[in-house]
Write a protein that binds this ligand. Structure first.
Ligand SMILES: [Cu+2]
Length: 198
């Protein structure tokens, strides 16, 4: 009885969800590669399936009030009005329960839409550099509910506690949260940076 209703619930959930959510973020070249109702959103040669919510070009801002200037103004106002974002600087740092991550460099700086190459330094609560970390980087656009299909490689630079992180693929204009999930020996921690890119 219980198993049957759980099964039915799962199937019903899948049936309702399958037309959009699961396919968002899939790499694509044209909309034909995506499920129905999704567009292929291509930036810097890399396409991912996305819901056509119009955030790329400011249409939403323009159509209600008028028709002039919506393309140029929409995006700048977007980041200027973004209160969640960190302001990039060398030394910008975030601390979790035991790890502190801080920016050594970003290329380009500040971060931009597209591929970014970062160097971050990880240290413990005493400021001692942490080598041998397993670091998983996950960029997400919380407002759009998607990330990126491109995985950032993390590799030690050779300087104690420093890691190269690239490419950090922020493929859309808007606010991104980039999570660093860190595993050290038997401990886990997570820190997050937020950047609005244009
Ligand atoms: Cu988006």
């Amino acid at each position: 009885m219980l198993a049957a209703s759980l099964l039915f619930g799962s199937l019903a959930g899948i049936m309702f969800a399958c037309d959009s959510g699961d396919a968002v973020g899939k790499p694509c070249e044209t909309a034909e590669d995506c499920d129905q109702g999704l567009i292929c959103d291509v930036h810097d040669g890399q396409g991912t399936c996305q819901e056509d919510h119009g955030h790329e070009d400011g249409h939403e801002d323009g159509h209600e009030e008028g028709h002039e200037g919506e393309h140029e103004d929409g995006e700048e106002e977007g980041c200027a009005a973004e209160t969640r974002a960190d302001t990039y600087a060398v030394g910008l740092s975030k601390s979790g329960s035991f790890v502190t991550a801080s920016f050594v460099s970003a290329d380009p700086a500040p971060p931009v839409k597209g591929d970014n190459s970062w160097v971050l330094s990880f240290s413990d609560a005493d400021g001692e550099p942490l080598d041998g970390l397993e670091i998983v980087v996950t960029p997400m656009m919380p407002d759009h509910g998607h990330g990126t299909a491109i995985v950032a490689e993390v590799s030690p630079t050779g300087t104690p506690g420093e890691y190269d992180v690239a490419p950090v693929n922020l493929h859309m204009t808007g606010y991104w949260e980039i999570a660093f999930d860190v595993t050290a020996a038997d401990q886990q921690d997570s820190v997050m940076f937020g950047f609005c890119v244009e």
